[in-house]
Design a protein. Structure first.
Length: 309
């Protein structure tokens, strides 16, 4: 039976960006994708999405970050998410999505995936679908590797393409300072550069086995120890991102000199994340990096996934 909207409803959902505190990349597979093993943490930098009934499907995008590269047609992941929900429940109308972005675009923090997760939750609520978490997760996995985690939030281990998730216990609160960069990096291009680097330098950085998350990372998260996590943080995409954006090396050096426990390129970059030893140290680090001309934001994790506001 087709589902129709409740007239006059307007739904607001907030979804978090993410950091990969550990990211190991395996060999490229026959389908062109790479197997990965990731420890994700959702952080307090959010995307806001409003959904309201409409005759057709449309999206508008604004934000505190540069949104010029965000498509407003069917290439938009949130719009594709809305169409998936409609097809799943037999919804005969449309929806207008209004997105206000705060997560850097093409910055390695999963902003587009957060938009998609928010759209799934918003349309489910707007249309009274009550699909439930399991069905929403299945739809999320059809949209991209990071969408299921944006839906889940918290801290999780991702395997396969990163979308096979298992929640991970994380005690306490981790303090991060993220530094955004002008212009994004293409995730496929970063993976291609990694493949090239591995071919050129094998066996130095080529994977020797199937990717897996270091058990010490799980212990550090469970203990809530920033210093223990810092000792084991890793991102196999970092060398490729630095190869494409050498300026990020300077940012990493500045953060290290300004008191960060450790710095890492987030996902495929170019956002750089610094782990700090508590909120006061994070504030000092943010102020110092801002004084050095960097756009620095103090965030914390873990936080919940996409939620109605």
């Amino acid at each position: 039976m087709p589902v129709t909207s409740r007239s006059g409803d307007r739904v607001h959902v907030r979804a978090p960006g993410k950091l990969n505190v550990f990211f190991e990349v395996g060999d490229v597979q026959e389908d062109g994708y790479h197997d990965v093993a990731s420890a994700y943490q959702a952080v307090s930098l959010y995307e806001d999405l409003w959904a309201e009934p409409a005759d057709d499907f449309s999206v508008s995008v604004t934000g505190t970050v540069d949104v010029d590269a965000v498509p407003a047609d069917d290439r938009n992941l949130a719009l594709r998410a809305a169409r998936l929900v409609a097809a799943q429940i037999g919804h005969t109308g449309g929806v207008h999505l209004e997105i206000v972005k705060h997560v850097p675009v093409a910055g390695g923090m999963g902003g587009g995936s957060a938009d998609a997760a928010a759209a799934l939750v918003a349309c489910d609520a707007l249309w009274g679908a009550e699909l439930g978490n399991a069905q929403l997760q299945r739809l999320a996995s059809r949209l991209g590797a990071d969408v299921p985690f944006a839906l889940m939030g918290g801290t999780a281990i991702g395997t396969g393409r990163g979308d096979q998730l298992n929640p991970a216990l994380a005690k306490g609160r981790f303090e991060w300072v993220i530094v955004t960069a002008e212009g994004g990096l293409s995730t496929p291009e970063v993976y291609q550069r990694l493949d090239t680097l591995r071919a050129d330098h094998a066996p130095d950085i080529a994977p020797a086995r199937a990717p897996e998350v270091d058990a010490a990372v799980l212990h550090a998260l469970r203990a809530g120890s920033a210093s223990a996590l810092a000792a084991r943080m890793r991102n196999d995409l970092q060398a490729a991102a630095l190869s494409l954006r050498p300026d990020l090396s300077e940012t990493l050096q500045l953060g290290a000199g300004a008191g960060a426990i450790v710095g890492i390129v987030s996902g495929s970059g170019p956002t750089v994340a610094f782990l700090a030893d508590g909120p006061e140290k994070a504030f000092e680090l943010q102020v110092t990096l801002a004084a050095l001309g960097r756009t620095a934001l103090h965030v914390h994790g873990p936080v919940p996934g996409a939620r109605l506001v």
